[in-house]
Write a protein that binds this ligand. Structure first.
Ligand code: DI6
Ligand code: FE
Length: 409
């Protein structure tokens, strides 16, 4: 019959994460119908319309949430930075190591000599780790190539990972991440390259869904960031910003001025910056893994973000230097423990607001009819458990586009 559903997932408790209603947008005793990879119907089982489904799955009272969205990662890179971790434990700071030519630059050296195949092979298990905890959408940035060919190769690797059938991958060009060694003393010329020929090449090949910059004392100035953003916007590309992570650079307001999808980190952002983000609809992406691993002390301005109604997303920031974290669930726990976010805020951060930080709010991030059937099903008694357990993964099954992710791969 014409209106037949493909799958009916029933006997579920559903945390739709639709804002404004019950906590977690919860439906006790619900069901979700899927057709052609999209949610055809979601609601209380008692209101289920009479309809045929090819397959009905009894979920034994488990909880369903939107598939998780990890909206800020640097998953594709060569090498690792375990030695630098040892140096930091010996007393060196992250900024000192960066200034001495280590830090991001050491990952750049290892990434430049890696082939496309090497990069994909190294990143695949990292992406699989996120997927095992229910991530159905993952953003991946470049920023460890810092020349046209190596930046493009990183993004091609990210595209290849996205085509492999696991989580949906979105890509972000982060050419303005660090100054490559061959441009020492010529930072302006490097910014010209990033905003000009590098961005041209990346855009011509369709390799980037968005453009990011690292605006920081040890990276790029607000003026340099604005140059890159102007070029990106002229090409119709969305922008996002590593803003005010280590110092207040006015990054939040700068991101807002360019209508950025998100300003990320934002530990040092001012009240004015937060207000500007609220006015522009820019999402704050908080990254507790980096805060934890660098033992930062400046907490993000959570109270101001709440008061101004800025949507708050959370992400792993998975990267070799400041956040070697491959666990969305641990990031949620850290956000609750370190930032005092509620478990509901933490889950919204990895679902509804994470999707919004990627411009994907119409596609994923809540369980609503019409959206992609990106669904995580968990062996838990209440949604707060997702932020509560430390190193327990209660994922039962994750569907992307209605299909169990392990079957897609
Ligand atoms: N901020 C970060 O936390 C990461 N990038 C950035 O701009 C760190 C990247 C690294 O240390 O490799
Ligand atoms: Fe980052």
């Amino acid at each position: 019959m014409a209106g037949r559903w493909d799958d009916l997932w029933t006997n579920l408790r559903v945390a739709t994460m639709v804002a404004g209603g019950a906590p977690y947008g919860a439906i006790e005793d619900g069901a979700i119908a899927v057709r052609d990879g999209r949610i055809a119907w979601v609601g209380p089982r008692a209101e289920l319309p009479a309809h045929e489904a090819r397959t009905t799955h009894d979920c034994a009272g488990r909880w369903a949430t939107p598939g998780l969205v990890d909206c800020h990662t640097h998953l594709v890179f060569g090498g690792d930075r375990a030695r630098e971790f040892e140096m930091r434990l010996g007393g060196a700071t992250y900024e000192e190591i960066a200034r001495a030519g280590g830090g991001i630059r050491s990952t750049v050296a290892a990434t430049r000599v890696a082939s496309l195949r090497d990069l994909v092979d190294a990143a695949r298990p990292r992406l699989a780790a996120l997927a095992r905890e229910g991530a159905t959408t993952v953003e991946i940035k470049s920023g460890y190539g810092l020349d046209i060919e190596a930046e493009a190769r990183q993004l091609r690797a990210a595209r290849a990972l996205g085509a492999a059938g696991g989580p949906r991958v979105t890509t972000t060009f982060l050419g303005a991440h660090a100054l490559p060694p061959e441009f020492t003393g010529r930072q302006g010329a490097y910014v010209d390259l990033v905003a000009g020929p590098m961005l041209d090449a990346i855009a011509a090949e369709g390799l980037a869904d968005a453009v990011d910059c690292f605006a920081e004392r040890i990276a790029f100035t607000p003026e340099e960031t604005a140059r890159v953003f102007s070029a990106a916007r002229a090409k119709g590309l969305a922008v996002k910003l590593h803003a005010d992570q280590l110092s207040d650079q006015g990054g939040a307001a700068l991101a807002a001025r360019f209508g950025a999808l998100s300003a990320d980190h934002v530990e040092f952002s001012s009240e004015e910056g937060v207000a500007a983000m609220a006015a522009a609809g820019t999402v704050a992406v908080l990254l507790p893994g980096a805060f934890y691993f660098l033992r930062e002390r400046q907490l993000p301005p959570l109270e101001a973000l709440r008061r101004h109604g800025v949507p708050i997303a959370l992400a792993t920031d998975a990267n070799p230097g400041s956040s070697p974290l491959l666990s969305p669930l641990l990031a949620m726990n850290m956000a609750a423990t370190l930032f005092r976010m509620t478990p509901e805020e933490a889950l919204a951060g990895f679902t509804r607001n994470g999707a919004r930080a990627l411009g994907l709010a119409a596609e994923t991030g809540t369980l609503e009819a019409g959206k992609a059937a990106d669904i995580a099903i968990w062996d838990i008694e209440r949604p707060a458990e997702l932020a509560y357990w430390i190193a327990r993964n209660p994922l039962h099954l994750a569907l992307r586009g209605g299909i169990p992710m392990e079957l897609r791969a």
